[in-house]
Design a protein around this ligand. Structure first.
Ligand code: ZN
Ligand code: ZN
Ligand code: ZN
Length: 154
């Protein structure tokens, strides 16, 4: 008789989406090095957005031998695994979203430098409008709209 409420023994020990990341990186052809362990530890401390520049700086604080290319290459694989997703800030620099829950675009205020996520419903309006107008398929993760927030309009 099935017991839907009984804990699944395979999942009971899964405490974090980062568990098993060493094996998953190895399966993707990357060696599990101290530099990669540091990057994963730094990412685990973050929620929301972090720039590649900040990640590289933090990793180099922990281990001065870490190169930007190691960080970027590892981030690429982590993105394929769904643990991070990159977008671009208004100035084009790469920003990583840690443990992205849903695809979203961003608003950037040129007055105070604050970034907001575009709500999924609003994002869908943008996607649908451009699909209807131009048949264009918008990649919301790469939409960053610059402007001024309410407080910066005076
Ligand atoms: Zn990109
Ligand atoms: Zn975001
Ligand atoms: Zn502002």
């Amino acid at each position: 008789m099935p017991q839907p409420d009984s804990p699944d023994p395979a999942r009971a020990s899964v405490a974090s989406p980062w568990d098993g990341v060493a094996d998953r990186l190895r399966a993707s052809g990357l060696r599990w090095t101290p530099q990669r362990r540091n990057l994963v530890e730094v990412l685990r401390e973050h929620e929301g957005h972090v720039t590649a520049t900040d990640l590289i700086a933090r990793c180099r604080e922990l281990d001065g031998t870490t190169t930007p290319s190691t960080v970027y290459r590892t981030l690429d694989v982590l993105e394929n695994l769904g643990l991070v997703r990159h977008g671009h800030a208004a100035d084009g620099r790469e920003e990583y979203h840690v443990l992205p829950e849903h695809v979203h675009g961003h608003l950037y205020c040129v007055g105070c430098g604050t970034t907001w996520e575009i709500r999924p419903e609003t994002g869908a309006l943008i996607v649908d409008a451009l699909a209807a107008d131009l048949g264009f398929s918008v990649d919301l993760t790469h939409v960053t709209i610059a402007g001024r927030c309410e407080g910066c309009q005076e």
